[in-house]
Design a binder for this molecule. Structure first.
Ligand code: SF4
Length: 518
């Protein structure tokens, strides 16, 4: 059986009952580096809601966070000044003042402070130089106007699964650093703080975002990586699979990668999670995805296995020749993983409860972290229509009519992109004189990176139609807790196998007892 047939059969058989969204970054690792590594990331590490890589470090996270807070005001400030826009002076003269305008909200609700911003300012400015050069280019080319909508850290989700003659599968979730949408035109921008041998991975990550957006908008988006590395002290803009724009202020090059590969990798990762013999089918297929033998790697220095954080786990997990006790542990762990995976899959299947969505006529920010929703009822509406707005005190996703797919009533869209999520304050729903008001409160400083930019967008573009007619749907935020807990237990056991100690014994007994339960 060839690989495409293997994937097709796996997805056809499993996807209805086992859903899994593969993070775009993970699919890119699978497409560019090692499928096994991507599998470990998908199962163990990667929180689908994380906006930065867990390994990015404090400084990298601070740079990303500062840029998320600045992208909206900087873009509209550019349009305000575009007649006399001077690229070399703009950031130097204006950035401090732009930051200062919203610093109180950012400091109050998020994890980033003004001193973080100042410490990272050099890199932030270097990256914004590339960004503004792109905005200016896109504006001059007629791709975007002052009506463009700017979405930093916007979640894109595609549940499209295609298994035609060609290998195609697309259960993907991604969060581009900035998304610009103007009508059918869209531009994806991702900040990169490191350049290394794996730039192909960055290219493929953007290729994954492009796939989702194209599915959503029907038009191929433009996508760019912006690099500002301390070593080179230069800003570089890489266009993904198209000729680079002519930007005077920064260096530009063309990035090339096989977009199809990222789709195949997403499908292959799904198949590794739910179907048997995926790697065997892959090895025989000639498809250009790599999955190394961890004990050999590639070449004399055993790249990339020698430097892989999953090396020990990988040897144990994929070995055909394990000592009996380890083999038994692995078998029992598999059972537990399957249970945790089923749970994760349920989370994805029930991510948004489309049957319970309610529509409002207006939305406004009552406070930076609270939105007020208004629904006007005419005399003909029935009590049961009004009662539908009692959603309970629950997590909700808010969809705006902002150019990205808007879920219409009675529809479970395959591609969607919530603008906000937060907690629906059911006890604060009020109805009087045909007017119903409800409130959604944004949650946790970790997620402020998502909603503060929307609040800023509202500040700059509050008068637009975007804030009319919004759809609010109950749902849940996917976590990875059970899988992570299992991975931690398994890692500890694999690393210290054969050693004595009450802790390891207890852990081993728990695994064995736990798997017996299921
Ligand atoms: S050790 Fe090698 S084969 Fe295993 S996950 Fe890492 S890179 Fe892939």
């Amino acid at each position: 059986m060839d690989f495409s047939q293997h994937l097709r059969e796996c997805l056809d058989r499993e996807f209805q009952r086992n859903q899994l969204l593969i993070p775009a970054k993970v699919a890119a690792v699978g497409a560019s580096l090692c499928l096994k590594k991507a599998y470990f990331m998908a199962m163990i590490d990667h929180m689908p809601n994380a906006h930065t890589d867990v390994r990015l470090g404090r400084e990298g996270t601070a740079v990303h966070d500062a840029l998320a807070m600045l992208a909206v005001p900087v873009t509209y400030e550019y349009f305000r000044q575009r007649q006399r826009y001077d690229p070399s002076a703009f950031l130097e003269e204006r950035l401090e003042e732009i930051w200062g305008r919203h610093a109180d909200v950012v400091e109050r609700f998020s994890n980033i402070s003004t001193s973080d911003y100042r410490l990272t300012r050099e890199r932030v400015e270097a990256l914004l130089r590339g960004y503004l050069a792109l905005v200016d280019w896109a504006h001059r080319r007629g791709l975007i106007s002052e009506h463009v909508l700017v979405f930093p850290e916007r979640q894109l989700i595609s549940k499209v699964v295609k298994t035609g003659d060609e290998v195609r599968s697309l259960p993907l979730i991604g969060v581009p650093d900035v998304l610009l949408v103007d009508g059918k035109n869209s531009i994806i921008v991702d900040w990169k703080l490191r350049e290394n041998q794996n730039n192909a991975m960055h290219c493929l990550q953007l290729a994954a975002y492009k796939l989702i957006l194209k599915e959503a908008l029907g038009v191929d988006p433009h996508a760019f990586l912006i690099y500002a590395t301390p070593k080179r002290k230069e800003t570089k803009v890489v266009s993904i699979n198209e000729e680079p724009p002519d930007l005077k202020e920064v260096k530009t090059i063309k990035g090339k990668c096989d977009e199809k590969l990222v789709e195949i990798a997403a499908g292959a990762l799904y198949s590794m999670a739910f179907c048997r013999n995926t790697l065997r089918a892959l090895v025989k297929s000639g498809v250009k995805l790599k999955a190394y033998n961890p004990t050999r790697g590639n070449g004399e220095n055993k790249y990339p296995c020698k430097y892989c954080p999953y090396l020990k786990l990988c040897v144990y997990r994929f070995s055909r020749d394990l000592p009996e006790e380890k083999a038994r542990l692995r078998k029992e762990m598999y059972k537990l993983y399957r249970t945790a995976l089923r749970k994760k899959s349920e989370e994805y299947a029930n991510l948004v409860n489309w049957d319970k969505c309610v529509e409002f006529d207006e939305v406004e920010f009552a406070e930076p972290n609270v939105i007020k929703l208004v629904k006007n009822f005419s005399g003909s509406e029935k009590h049961k229509d009004i009662m539908r707005y009692s959603l309970g005190r629950t997590t909700v996703y808010v969809f705006l009519r902002d150019g990205l797919p808007y879920p219409e009533a009675g529809e479970a869209p395959k591609v969607f992109s919530p603008a906000l999520f937060g907690r629906y304050e059911d006890d604060e729903v009020q109805y009087s004189g045909g007017r119903l008001t409800a409130y959604v409160r944004m949650v946790s400083p970790t997620f402020a990176i998502r909603w503060i930019p929307v609040y800023l967008l509202y500040k700059y573009r509050g008068a637009e139609r975007v804030w009319k007619r919004v759809r609010v749907c109950p749902g849940q935020v996917p976590m990875n807790i059970e899988l992570k807990a299992l991975a931690v237990a398994e890692n500890a056991l694999v690393k210290h196998f054969g050693q004595e100690g009450w802790f390891l014994e207890t852990l081993k007994n728990m695994v064995m007892a736990g798997s017996d339960e299921y």
